[in-house]
Design a protein around this ligand. Structure first.
Ligand SMILES: [Zn+2]
Length: 105
């Protein structure tokens, strides 16, 4: 799981570099409006991805906390064990599939 965390941190770093707003040349080339629009779209996309990745990272941290408490792999809603197959796919899962479905409704 710590490996996964490192991967996500790295992903955030990469995404930040992709953000056109962090391009040092950005401030000086404000002449063309369409370039600005394109940069804005790129910025929004990157920002959304960073948000997603940050959320996963937080979930992962939470999962590691649960692991320390010996509560990892137990659904936070119904207290049933989360199937191993699901944990393999989503290491930060905090709910079993049924509860996840019920919560996302
Ligand atoms: Zn459950």
């Amino acid at each position: 799981m710590e490996e996964e965390q490192k991967k996500l941190l790295l992903q955030i770093e990469v995404l930040k570099e992709e953000d056109p707003f962090t391009d040092p040349g950005h401030a000086s080339d404000n002449a063309a409006v369409d370039t600005d629009v394109r940069e804005q779209v790129g910025h929004d996309t990157v920002e959304a991805e960073i948000k997603d990745t940050t959320k996963r990272l937080e979930d992962l941290k939470m999962a590691m906390e649960l692991l320390k408490k010996g509560r990892y792999g137990v659904c936070m809603r119904c207290n049933k064990d989360i199937p191993q197959a699901r944990l393999k796919l989503v290491p930060e899962a905090r709910y079993c599939i049924e509860c996840k479905k019920a919560l996302s409704k």
